[in-house]
Every structure is written in structure tokens, then in C-alpha cells.
Ligand binder design. Structure first.
Ligand code: HEM
Ligand SMILES: *[C@@H]1O[C@H](CO)[C@@H](O)[C@H](O)[C@H]1NC(C)=O
Ligand SMILES: *[C@@H]1O[C@H](CO)[C@@H](O)[C@H](O)[C@H]1NC(C)=O
Ligand SMILES: *[C@@H]1O[C@H](CO)[C@@H](O)[C@H](O)[C@H]1NC(C)=O
Ligand SMILES: *[C@@H]1O[C@H](CO)[C@@H](O)[C@H](O)[C@H]1NC(C)=O
Ligand SMILES: *[C@@H]1O[C@H](CO)[C@@H](O)[C@H](O)[C@H]1NC(C)=O
Ligand SMILES: *[C@@H]1O[C@H](CO)[C@@H](O)[C@H](O)[C@H]1NC(C)=O
Ligand SMILES: *[C@@H]1O[C@H](CO)[C@@H](O)[C@H](O)[C@H]1NC(C)=O
Ligand SMILES: *[C@@H]1O[C@H](CO)[C@@H](O)[C@H](O)[C@H]1NC(C)=O
Ligand SMILES: *[C@@H]1O[C@H](CO)[C@@H](O)[C@H](O)[C@H]1NC(C)=O
Length: 541
């Protein structure tokens, strides 16, 4: 089933050259970009984590509350971006999208299920490659893609770093006065008209929830029944049915599951929800959206009454919001859907010392039919290219908001030592056959790992043991977001195979939150480091 296909015409081809790759927290930026691309593109079927599909359709809810609670994951994810970023202080270079909101869910200004619902869902895709803060940015892009916005309007970059503690408070609330609200947004980098627009953009999706703000809005009929709850004629069941009849909340506009400018046109025209409860609240002190919208005599709202303007303004403001990060963070170039990419690349070695490379080549296509096989080769550091190799026939398939995906498995022996790249369809992946993890010989279970790796015997001269590094998402105090902890382990030589020495670790216990998911490994020998691999490729025990 393909929920939504929006053809892009020509898919841009992401090109990389082999050579030097900058690192971030010990992980190549390219690996981070490819992981982000994977979560964004592999939506359904083979190799999917189900991230984008969780907000398809836009009205879906993947949190823990009941189905009729008026919760909508896409709206929660967009609201998360606002609450995490608006406490940034640009001048000081602090705050922004850093998932510090995870430590702040008990604050009154962050009332609701959205913080922990979001973190619990996204915990599954947190790894050393992709921080929770990067997942949060991805969540906004996924929501726009599934809610009627565009798939490509907000460029997505990777590299955000998760905070390890709460940040300052200051998220504006319904009763916050205009001056304080504008000052808070200004410190986070948004002027008055941008603040008005951002708020209208956000309030295109989702609802005010009765459970969070029972006093705002016209819940007279519910309150009456609540007061008479002791009256046996009104059962709790009946009360719950009534609560469900308003779906747990009231939309800011008539289309809370469509990203459109109805919130603007209904406000200006006095139709539908008239801009929502933060415009119409009975108590004027709760009318924060009204105070904002009229603060420039409705000029910004009027400018957003053209749908195309609304979409482009919101895209550019949302982009700035997800790219508001602490000054120590460097974001990557935009992550672009890749027509061709290598997936789950890994090396192995035979007992005789023959090194093989295996994995999958993924083709993302929409209008150009995929080939029946893919040709590839490998190149050595002295520029000797191998004979042309051919993949197996396609063996796995998926769907994407960008088209369709198809996977071709491959496995070839490479010239070793010396091979440094894998090439197909004009792109190259770096290969390190001097020091590498043996994923198919390493093992993982819920609670422990055994790493195996190989290194050129000549590299080991004069050096002691090899060091294994596991980047493990672990539960942490105070936030529902996992924290990546690195565990290092000494590995000892146990055999030789041709030009290589083989190393093994003891059993490494990990107290990983969601089983062994999201664990990334690499090995180090003196100054030499292997490429990283996901423990998903290990033998599962
Ligand atoms: C002065 C500024 C703002 C105030 C006072 C404000 C206040 C609120 C309140 C009280 C709710 C209801 C929450 C609930 O009952 O669960 C809400 C919902 C929401 N807000 Fe805002 N907001 C502001 C700006 C923004 C901005 C800038 C964005 C995004 C860029 C945003 C996105 C959302 C979304 C998506 C929801 C719906 C959440 C859901 O359905 O779960 N808000 N806001
Ligand atoms: C492991 O984590 C520590 C502390 O965050 C950091 O200083 C160190 O560089 C990390 N080691 C590796 C190999 O990533
Ligand atoms: C706010 O910034 C926008 C650019 O995003 C600019 O056009 C506008 O004039 C600024 N408004 C104010 C009140 O400074
Ligand atoms: C509130 O709702 C009640 C019952 O639906 C209705 O009679 C009343 O007019 C509403 N009040 C306002 C201010 O909208
Ligand atoms: C702004 O628009 C609202 C909604 O249409 C209206 O009630 C209000 O009077 C307008 N205010 C100004 C200053 O134009
Ligand atoms: C309106 O809200 C303000 C601020 O929350 C509160 O002090 C006041 O009592 C409320 N007024 C009414 C009539 O409920
Ligand atoms: C390639 O295939 C051989 C033979 O089945 C296997 O032993 C080896 O582990 C495979 N290579 C990789 C990197 O998985
Ligand atoms: C291999 O090719 C690269 C790029 O063309 C070049 O920079 C390098 O000098 C070549 N190396 C050798 C050993 O020929
Ligand atoms: C969210 O989860 C954290 C950590 O698990 C917990 O401390 C916090 O109280 C939760 N917040 C809410 C609002 O449930
Ligand atoms: C060891 O490496 C040399 C080149 O450095 C190569 O000629 C030889 O074939 C390799 N041996 C094995 C067993 O791969």
C-alpha cells in the first residue's frame, strides 16, 4: 500500500568523493546524513523503521493515550519543535533544538502528553548516527510531508547534539502578555511578524486539549456534567462518551489534520473556528493568539491569507526553527533523497585471509524503471579497479513518499589489502580493509555483545590490544529520551588469517533501553579506526 506518492520529477543524485570525511563525535558526517536519509526515505516495506508512516495519515496517533483523546502525533511533533527551540538564546549561543525539552516535561508551560509521546516513539531511531534532536527535526519534516505540506520544502540537515540536562524555562503560555512573548521569540531569533507567522503555521495543525486546558473554551456542558458526577444518573462512562464526542480537544481551525492556511482565513473571515480558542477564549487573558495576530493590525495574517505564501513562509520559518542549535553544533549540508545508495555495507574475512564486501544497493525510483541487476566495482589506493561485478537480482522492496525502493544484495571478494572504495552508478563508498569489524562473526543479544574484528598484521606491530567501541542508547534519568553512551572494550588477538590478525572481545554487557537496537560499533588500533557498523548486522542470539 502506498499512502502518498508525490513525484519529484528528477531525483537529485547525491555525490560524494572518497577521501577524507570529517567526523562528529567519532562518527562520519556522511554516515549521519545517510542514516537521516534512510529514516526519511524508507517509509514502508523493506528496511523501514516506520518513522514517516507513523504520521500517515496526518491524523494518526502513535502515543500511549486512548484513540479518542484528540491526540495527533504530527501536531505533537510540530509543537515539540516549538517548545524545544523557543527557549534558545541566540546571543549566548545556547538552547535550540537539543531535546532538552525531555528534561522539562513536568513544567506547566509544557503541559500535555506531547513531550513523552514524541520521545518514546522516536527513541527507536536514536543512535550515534542520529541524535534525538535530529529525530525531532525529522519529525517536523515528516509531518509536513504527510499533512499536505511539501516533502522537500524544509531542507533537513543532521548533526544536532542532545542536551544532558534541562534548559531555561520561558515557553509562552495562553496568559503570557504580548511583550514577554515577543521578547522570548526575539531572543530565539524571531521578530514580531515572524512570531505571528510561526504561531499561525503551528496552529494549522492539532488542538487545544480539554485535559490540558479545561478552563479555556466553551466546555460549559462538560463542566456541568463533571460537577454532577456524584449524581448517579450521570455515569463516568457517559461523561467519557461526551468527552470523546469533542474528540478530547478543539482544533485551531476546521482542518487540524491538514497543513493549510485555514487557521488564517477562518480568523480573518470569522468563519469555522475563528482562529481557535486562543483567539476566542471567554477569558480575554487567555487570548494569546488574538493579542499576537492584532499586534501589527492583522498585516501578517493578511499576508498569509494566500495559501502559497503561507506554505513558503512557514517552510522558511520552520527551517530556521529546526536549525536553531547551540553555537557548538555544526549542521551538515541538506540531506537529499538518494537515487542510489549502499546499505548495510560490511566486510568479512575467510580463514585463509580473503576479504569480502557485502551489503545491498538501494535504488529509489519513481518514473525510471529499476534495472534487473546493478554493476559495481572496487578500487584500490593505487587506482587499480577490479573487474566489473554484478549484484544478485532484487530481493526486497519498499515504498517512500519519494517513490519506490528496491534492494539488490551483493558479495564479492576484494583485492586486499589496499581496496579503498566501492563504486556503482557514479557514486563511491569508502572502504577500509586495513582494520574492520566482522559483523557476521560478531554477536548481539538483548544484554551483551561479542565483537570480532580484523586488522592488517603490519598495523599491529608495536601496538598492544585492539579497542572496541560500542555506542549504546541507554535510558537516562529525567528524560524519556535515550542517551548515547560509549563503552570501550579491550580485544585480544586470537588467530591470523593471511595478512591479517583477528581479534575478539569478551562478552560486553550493555544495559540498552530498547534491546540491542541502535547500537553502533567500531574498533581502534593506535591511530587507526575502522568504519562504523550497526549491530543490526551482527548475528542475533
Ligand atoms: C505565543 C505563542 C504560542 C502559544 C501561547 C501557544 C499555545 C498553545 C496551546 C495552549 C496549545 C494547546 C496544547 C494542548 O492543549 O495540548 C497549543 C497547541 C499547539 N501549538 Fe502552540 N502556541 C504558541 C505558538 C506555537 C508555535 C510557534 C508553534 C509551532 C511552530 C505551535 C505549535 C502548536 C501545535 C502544533 C499545537 C497542537 C498540539 C496538539 O494538537 O497536540 N504553537 N499551543
Ligand atoms: C566516548 O565518550 C567520551 C565522553 O563523552 C568522549 O570523550 C570520547 O571521545 C568517546 N570515545 C569515542 C571513541 O567516541
Ligand atoms: C522581520 O523580519 C522579516 C524578514 O523575515 C522582515 O521582512 C520584517 O520587516 C521584520 N519585521 C520587523 C517588525 O522587524
Ligand atoms: C457554550 O456552549 C453552550 C452549550 O453548547 C451554548 O449554549 C453557549 O451559547 C456557548 N457559549 C458561548 C460563549 O459560545
Ligand atoms: C483583526 O482581525 C480580527 C479578525 O477578523 C478582527 O476582529 C480585528 O478587529 C482586526 N483588528 C484590526 C486592528 O484590524
Ligand atoms: C481570567 O484569567 C485570569 C488569569 O488566569 C484570572 O486571574 C481571572 O480570574 C480569570 N477571570 C475569570 C472571570 O475567570
Ligand atoms: C560473502 O559470502 C561468503 C560466502 O557465503 C561469506 O562467508 C561471507 O561472510 C560474505 N561476506 C560478507 C561481508 O558478508
Ligand atoms: C589515484 O587517483 C587519484 C585521483 O585521480 C590521484 O589523486 C592519485 O594520485 C592516484 N594515485 C596513484 C597511486 O596513482
Ligand atoms: C516524562 O518522562 C520522564 C522520564 O521518564 C518523567 O520523569 C516525566 O515525569 C514524564 N513527564 C510526564 C509529563 O509524564
Ligand atoms: C598480503 O599482502 C600482499 C601485498 O601487501 C599480497 O601480495 C599478498 O597476496 C597478501 N596475502 C594474502 C594472503 O592476501
Amino acid at each position: 500500500m502506498i499512502p502518498s506518492i508525490r513525484p519529484l520529477g528528477l531525483l537529485p543524485l547525491l555525490m560524494f568523493s572518497t577521501g577524507s570525511f570529517s567526523q562528529l563525535n567519532g562518527i562520519d558526517i556522511r554516515d549521519k546524513m545517510e542514516e537521516m536519509e534512510h529514516i526519511l526515505v524508507d517509509n514502508n516495506g523493506a528496511n523501514s523503521d516506520g518513522f514517516v508512516n507513523a504520521v500517515s495519515p496526518c491524523s494518526s496517533y502513535v502515543g500511549r493515550n486512548g484513540p479518542d483523546s484528540g491526540e495527533q502525533s504530527s501536531a505533537q511533533w510540530v509543537r515539540f519543535v516549538f517548545h524545544d527551540s523557543v527557549t534558545a538564546n541566540l546571543a549566548a549561543g545556547t538552547g535550540g533544538i537539543d531535546a532538552s525539552l525531555g528534561f522539562e516535561s513536568d513544567r506547566n508551560e509544557n503541559l500535555g502528553l506531547f513531550v513523552n509521546d514524541t520521545l518514546r516513539f522516536m527513541a527507536a531511531t536514536v543512535s550515534a548516527y542520529l541524535s534525538m534532536a535530529d529525530n525531532i527535526a525529522l519529525g517536523l519534516v515528516a509531518s509536513l510531508a504527510e499533512c499536505g505540506g511539501t516533502t522537500t520544502g524544509v531542507p533537513l540537515r543532521v548533526g544536532r547534539i542532545d542536551a544532558e540536562e534541562a534548559g531555561p524555562a520561558g515557553v509562552p503560555e495562553p496568559t503570557t502578555d504580548l511583550e514577554t512573548t515577543l521578547a522570548q521569540f526575539a531572543a530565539a531569533g524571531f521578530n514580531k511578524s515572524e512570531t505571528i507567522a510561526l504561531t499561525a503555521c503551528g496552529h494549522s495543525l492539532g488542538r487545544m486539549h480539554y485535559s490540558n486546558f479545561p478552563d479555556i473554551g466553551n466546555y460549559t456542558f462538560l463542566n456541568k456534567i463533571l460537577q454532577s458526577k456524584s449524581d448517579s444518573s450521570v455515569s463516568l462512562v457517559k461523561w467519557l462518551m461526551l468527552l470523546q464526542s469533542i474528540d478530547g480537544g478543539v482544533g485551531f481551525d476546521a482542518t487540524p489534520a491538514i497543513f493549510d492556511n485555514n487557521v488564517v482565513t477562518e480568523y480573518l473571515g470569522g468563519t469555522g473556528q475563528q482562529g481557535g480558542l486562543l483567539v476566542t477564549a471567554g477569558n480575554v487573558s487567555d487570548r494569546s493568539d488574538f493579542r499576537l495576530y492584532v499586534s501589527d493590525n492583522n498585516a501578517t495574517m493578511q499576508s498569509l491569507s494566500v495559501e502559497a505564501t503561507f506554505q513558503s513562509q512557514c517552510n522558511s520559518l520552520f527551517e530556521r526553527m529546526i536549525n536553531t542549535v547551540p553555537s557548538a553544533v555544526t549542521l551538515s549540508d541538506p540531506v537529499v533523497p538518494m537515487t542510489w545508495k549502499g546499505v548495510d555495507l560490511g566486510l568479512d574475512i575467510s580463514s585463509a585471509g580473503a576479504v569480502s564486501i557485502a551489503g545491498f544497493i538501494r535504488n529509489l525510483y519513481y518514473s525510471v524503471a529499476p534495472p534487473s541487476v546493478v554493476y559495481y566495482d572496487t578500487t584500490t589506493s593505487d587506482n587499480v579497479t577490479s573487474a566489473v561485478q554484478v549484484t544478485a537480482a532484487a530481493s526486497a522492496y519498499g515504498t517512500s513518499i519519494f517513490g519506490y525502493t528496491i534492494y539488490y544484495g551483493f558479495n564479492s571478494t576484494i583485492a586486499s589489502p589496499g581496496t579503498n572504495s566501492l563504486n556503482f552508478e557514479g557514486i563511491s563508498y569508502p572502504v577500509n580493509d586495513e582494520i574492520f569489524i566482522l559483523p557476521t562473526q560478531s554477536t548481539s543479544s538483548q544484554s551483551s555483545f561479542v565483537l570480532k574484528a580484523a586488522a592488517l598484521t603490519s598495523l599491529t606491530q608495536g601496538l598492544g590490544s585492539m579497542t572496541g567501541v560500542l555506542y549504546v542508547p541507554e535510558r537516562q534519568q529525567g528524560s524519556a529520551s535515550p542517551k548515547i553512551t560509549n563503552t570501550t572494550v579491550e580485544m585480544t588477538a586470537y588467530a591470523t588469517a593471511g595478512n591479517y590478525t583477528l581479534f575478539v572481545s569478551g562478552s560486553v554487557p550493555v544495559s540498552s533501553g530498547p534491546g540491542s537496537r541502535g547500537v553502533v560499533a567500531k574498533v581502534l588500533l593506535g591511530d587507526a579506526a575502522s568504519r562504523t557498523v550497526k549491530s543490526d548486522l551482527f548475528q542475533q542470539e
